[in-house]
Ligand binder design. Structure first.
Ligand code: GLN
Length: 281
């Protein structure tokens, strides 16, 4: 049986080579695409089958990002956690949370150590090279947090200032002007693994500002409203999505179905709204 499969595979490979080299006739390129689709599907179904057989699915996240993911005693809470539980439920398995540094969640998915990553991840071109993204589920911005009596009033005032960011985030990319598109430049960037540590340094006078996603920024300000405030102008316009290993269309399809169901039923909005009033970390 294996031999026949191997023969079939090499026939497919020869056909695809032919297709590449000579931009060949419609008939053979058809054969090529049908064969490789069948091939890909069986590999991916194997992943879903493995998840079902194991009885759990692994989420890569960084539980330092209230209200999207944060620790609650021994467990985890947040908008991404609730979506992830629905994904696990859809497959009839348990959710295993892999709580790691934000700048490693993409690599965790690439290596197959996690089945998906949900961590308030902004879709961008750079990340699209390494993972595939689901449909988006949240609109976000990078916000600026400053001291209540700060002289920084608008984003342009950040130029020449010392600003804390979370390592490897879009806030980091913006402040370092990594892709050369930032409107505010010449920022002195200080990187942190946890947003909360940056906010603590801001409150203690070691930073002039913190740049972080808007909803988490709101939570930090709510917890320290006598000391810090958010600027009304934001720096970026972003969208969050869930990441899977490149080519894992079966996993992506399950995630997109869950997101669609949650959006269509209004459940996603209910979950998001419910975290407006929750203040934990
Ligand atoms: N949305 C930001 C990014 O994708 C930050 C995410 C996070 O810190 N969890 O880079």
């Amino acid at each position: 049986m294996k031999k026949i499969a191997a023969l079939f595979l090499s026939a497919v490979m020869v056909l695809s080579l032919g297709a590449c080299q000579s931009k060949t006739t419609e008939a053979s390129s058809n054969t090529d695409s049908t064969a490789s689709t069948a091939n890909e599907q069986s590999a991916e179904t194997a992943t879903l089958d493995t998840i079902k057989a194991d009885g759990y699915i692994t989420l890569a996240t960084n539980a330092e990002f209230e209200p999207f993911e944060f620790k609650d005693g021994d467990g985890y809470m947040g908008i991404d956690i609730e979506i992830s539980k629905k994904i696990a439920e859809k497959l009839g398995v348990e959710l295993q949370v892999h709580d790691i540094a934000f700048d490693t969640v993409i690599a965790e998915v690439q290596s197959g150590k996690a089945n998906f990553a949900a961590a308030g991840i902004t879709v961008n071109e750079d990340r699209k090279k390494n993972v595939d993204f689901s449909e988006t589920y949240f609109n976000a911005n990078q916000s600026v947090i400053v001291l209540a009596d700060s002289e920084i009033k608008v984003p342009a005032d950040l130029s020449g200032k010392k600003v804390g960011v979370q390592q490897g985030t879009t806030g980091d990319v913006y402040c370092t002007n990594e892709d050369g598109t930032s409107e505010v430049t010449n920022i002195e960037v200080q990187r942190y693994n946890k947003g909360v540590d940056a906010v603590t340094d801001l409150i203690n006078g070691r930073l002039d500002a913190v740049v972080i996603d808007d909803f988490p920024a709101t939570k930090f300000v709510e917890k320290n409203s006598d000391k810090i405030q958010k600027l009304s102008d934001t720096l970026t316009v972003e969208e969050y999505a869930i990441a899977v290993k490149k080519g894992d269309t079966a996993m992506l399809q399950v995630i997109n179905e869950v997101l669609k169901e949650m959006k269509d039923s209004g459940e996603l909005q209910t979950v998001i709204d419910s975290y407006e009033n929750v203040l934990v970390g």
